[in-house]
Write a protein that binds this ligand. Structure first.
Ligand code: PEP
Ligand code: MG
Length: 889
């Protein structure tokens, strides 16, 4: 196997598409050399050598030494210079570079090849004593800390002492003599610590540096970075040994970083910074303020023109925005690196759209270049990027599961009531709960963000918050919430009611205190790109929305209808007239506590006008688009109070004894409510609920239609497990609906269908389709029931199942990304069975997976008609659906 690839003088062994083997930097250097750009010569030791190194007890492949020696000789021939030469020595840099960029996480050694002889040679050749000794001290300093591991502080102290001795402040004021003295001190320190002399032999130095770069691949910094950035599957780092060019030889030299377009806006301007008389690390360190490229055009017009040409050539060649590093040595330009530039989400859209318009890439490529996270980051507030990382780290107190991205700041409150109360006073709050229930929606709605100690990505808190695009962290299991004392304790920190908290829903971090946020603005290019997606995709995209407002937002986000309206979400909160929420709550609670159909009907009659108003609002918002309304689903105990004080309160309001309330609540208790009296079982046993809900839907539809609003209602029964069950529900639904329609003397089309969210329903989909006009997969429950994992509790152990360094049983959380092998198989076969019975059967999916890009790709392949996602995830689904078409070509 070939382990070393040479580049120089217009020829390269490697090519730009060998990133996996040469690393990003090595591949870039090879490619730039090939296309005739000015690149200093050098060679790249492959990532395969690094892989070998770690697989063989940190030993190099046996042929590596000879290969390196051969390439060093070639480099010396080409540059007409020799490592360690006493007259005009060759110096090299030794840099890391893996297939994925890991900025600053691995090691670099510069000026390698200097020793007590060649430093004199360098001084002579450049006619600059000071420069040569400065270069040497930099090398000895870097080598001692990076290769040998001597403490940086000890070296820095010696540097400070030397400057004190010579009474100078800045490094720039130090003379050749000062640097010479420092090198002497460094070497003495080296000997004292290691018992050996500082290596004089450049080849020994080189192997030391190669070992240090390979070693840094497994350094703590790099390992943590890969874990956080979810970088896996790489072989290791490559090592680039490149002839040194110097940006610090005088006013005709310098070094810079530039982008072919503006990486924060995407605008097509040449963007970058340049430092006169400086080395690369001075730009990165940010000690001196660099000049803008436009200034470079005045200071070094020839170099600037040449750089402009490089910019054009590289962008045409790579057909993407490039991020380049360059150095000017005595008026001569050298390119040291090029890579695809990182960019803001807004710039991602602008660059993709502009490049398609410039015909540099196709529209399909433009669509493929946007990632779902770019869309997420376009809309959600984020932590102010100017807050230093260290500052953030010192404020972090806990971590949970990142259920809904975006960031939020507010004062901690521990009950939904407090949240509403504080919000009314104009305070921003973060609602902290062990878990949330439908009772909490009011407080959740007014909160800036939600933090829970339990639950996973499809728990109540996560689903509801996602619907509003509200930052939410769940399953932060270290939180110890003391409701009575109104405080939480976590990892030795205490947060009291009213203390500021900042949540980062992007990564699940919880911070103490108030951290600034910024809200990105979607650029014009976003609209253009999304329109392109809509033209390409085959899959429809609807939304899960429960209120007229959510429906309006979803339409703006491009939803083509409602795929799931969870009627029970309106039982506890009147989103239009919040003061009426109490009336709703009492009506639903009275209905639940009723002990006869008559009493139930009486309570339901109170609820009917509220539901009718909700549906009217939603139909109006979706004018002309289909609206799927699901009848009541959760177990009834979720709607009644469990503490004695509130039970007594309720008893008084509805005129029964507190004991009666307590008894009924006790009766409703279930050992396993997820598999209990819920879903369509409620309407089978309490048909009055179905009658009320269907009445509300159809009356709202008739009213809207009369006013010229176009309505397409689809009535959906949840958790169906049998054809006969659905038949009973369908008959009851049609009886109520058809009577209302004929009494109103209107023509109104509506559909009756079912959710498929139990394995039995999926298996019997062929029979069920004899009754159902449409299917909608409830993949939250289908995942729960197929896998036998509770959607509310699995969050506690799923992280271990997903972490490849732990159990690594799943690649992703199955409640977030569909388990294609198991649950996906049921979706696929049930769709086929359903359509065999009813070829025109409309099939959608409305579980949380409808807003997950990878799952959407799968649903495209299965051939569903649409996916339904929460409003803020609708654009992600539109993008993923288009990308699925492009990928399948
Ligand atoms: C589902 O189960 O996937 C679903 C959409 O219903 P819910 O989340 O309301 O149970
Ligand atoms: Mg469900």
């Amino acid at each position: 196997m070939k382990y070393v690839y040479f580049f120089g003088a217009g020829k390269a062994d490697g090519t730009g598409d060998m990133r996996e083997v040469l690393g990003g930097k090595g591949a870039g250097l090879a490619e730039m050399t090939r296309i005739g750009l000015p690149v200093p010569a050098g060679f790249t030791i492959t990532t395969q050598a690094c892989d070998y190194f770690y697989k063989h007890d940190k030993k190099y492949p046996k042929e590596l030494r000879a290969e390196v020696a051969k390439e060093v000789a070639k480099l010396e021939r080409l540059t007409k210079k020799k490592l360690g030469d006493a007259k005009d020595p060759l110096l090299v840099s030794v840099r890391s570079g893996s297939a994925r960029s890991m900025p600053g996480m691995m090691e670099t050694i510069l000026n390698l090849g200097l020793n007590s002889k060649s430093v004199e040679g360098l001084a002579k050749a450049t006619n600059n004593d000071r420069f040569a000794w400065d270069a040497y001290r930099r090398f000895v300093q870097m080598y001692s800390s990076v290769v040998i591991g001597l403490p940086k502080d000890d070296l820095e102290t010696r540097l400070r002492n030397m400057k004190d001795y010579f009474k100078v402040k800045d490094d720039t004021e130090v003379t050749a003599q000062g640097w010479r003295q420092l090198v002497g001190e460094y070497k003495a320190y080296f000997k004292e610590k290691t018992g050996k002399d500082f290596p004089e032999d450049p080849i020994e130095q080189l192997w030391g540096a190669i070992g240090a770069v390979f070693g840094s691949w497994m350094g703590e910094k790099a390992v943590t970075y890969r874990r956080v950035e979810k970088i896996t599957g790489l072989l290791g780092t490559a090592v680039n040994v490149v002839q040194m060019v110097f940006g610090n030889t005088g006013e005709e030299s310098g070094t810079g970083v530039c982008f072919t377009r503006d990486p924060s806006t995407g605008e097509k301007t040449f963007f970058g910074d340049f430092l006169l008389n400086a080395q690369g690390e001075d730009v990165v360190a940010g000690i001196r303020t660099p000049m803008h490229l436009s200034e470079l055009s005045k200071k070094m017009p020839k170099v600037y023109k040449q750089l402009e040409k490089v910019r054009e050539k590289l962008e045409k060649h790579y057909r993407d925005m490039q991020d380049m590093e360059f150095t000017v040595e005595a008026g001569k330009l050298y390119m040291l690196q090029t890579r695809t530039g990182k960019r803001s989400p807004a710039a991602t859209f602008r660059i993709a759209v502009d490049m398609a318009n410039e015909k540099l890439i196709s529209i399909q490529e433009a669509i493929s270049r946007v990632k779902p996270e770019d869309i997420e980051r376009l809309f959600y507030p984020v932590l102010d990027p100017n807050v230093p990382r260290k500052d953030l780290e010192s404020r972090k107190i806990a971590e949970g599961i990142n259920a809904v991205p975006g960031a939020a700041v507010g004062k901690a409150v521990f009950t939904a009531e407090e949240a509403e109360h504080w919000a009314e006073k104009g305070e921003k709050v973060i609602l902290v709960r062990r878990e949330t229930s439908p009772e909490d929606v009011g407080g959740m709605h007014v909160a800036q963000g939600i933090l829970t100690a339990t639950g996973g990505k499809t728990s109540h808190a996560a689903v509801v918050a996602r619907g509003w695009g509200k930052c939410c962290i769940v399953g932060a299991d270290k939180l110890d919430i003391d409701l009575r004392a109104k405080k939480l304790s976590v990892n030795g920190h205490v947060v009291k009611q009213g203390d500021w908290l900042t949540l980062d829903g992007g990564d699940g971090s919880v911070y103490q205190g108030e951290i600034g946020l910024t809200r990105p603005q979607p650029p014009k290019a976003y609209e253009t790109l999304m329109k392109w997606c809509d033209k390409v995709r085959k899959l429809g995209v609807r939304t899960n929305a429960d209120t007229p407002n959510d429906a309006r937002v979803a339409r703006e986000m491009g939803a083509e209808g409602i795929g799931l309206c969870r009627t029970e979400h309106m039982f506890f909160k009147d989103f239009e007239f919040p003061e009426k929420s109490i009336e709703r709550q009492e009506a639903i609670q009275e209905m639940i506590l009723a002990d006869s159909p008559e009493a139930r009907r009486k309570a339901l009659d109170k609820l009917l006008p509220f539901q009718r108003r909700d549906f009217t609002g939603i139909f109006e918002a979706m004018n002309g688009l289909p609206v799927t309304i699901r009848l009541i689903d959760p177990p009834l105990h979720e709607f009644v109070p469990h503490d004695p004080a509130r039970q007594a309160d309720l008893a008084k309001k509805i005129g029964v004894s507190p004991e009666q309330v307590a008894r009924r609540v006790e009766q409703l208790h279930e050992a396993n409510p997820m598999l209990g009296h819920r879903g369509c079982r409620l309407c089978i046993t309490f048909p009055e609920i179905l009658e009320m809900q269907v009445t509300a839907i159809i009356e709202a539809a008739i009213d809207c239609q009369k006013r010229g609003v176009k309505v397409l209602p689809e009535i959906m029964h949840p958790l169906v497990l049998d054809k006969k069950e659905l038949q009973i529900l369908e008959t009851a639904t049609r009886r109520v609906a058809d009577k209302l329609i004929s009494d109103a003397k209107v023509k109104l089309e509506y559909l009756v269908g079912t959710m498929i969210e139990l394995p039995r329903a999926a298996l019997l989909a062929g029979e069920i389709a004899e009754v159902a006009q449409f299917f909608s997969f409830g993949t939250n429950d289908l995942t729960q029931t197929t896998m036998g994992l509770s959607r509310d509790d699995a969050g506690r152990f799923l992280p271990e199942y997903v972490d490849e360094n732990k159990a690594g049983i799943f690649k992703a959380d199955p409640f977030q990304t569909i388990d294609q092998a198991g649950v996906g198989q049921l979706v696929d076969s049930a769709t086929k069975k359903g359509r065999k019975t009813r070829p025109k059967l409309k099939v959608g999916i409305c579980g949380e997976h409808g807003g997950d890009a990878e799952s959407v790709r799968f649903f495209h392949k299965v051939g569903l008609n649409y996916v339904s996602a929460s409003p803020f995830r609708v654009p992600i689904s539109r993008l993923a659906a288009a990308q699925a078409v492009i990928e399948s070509k």
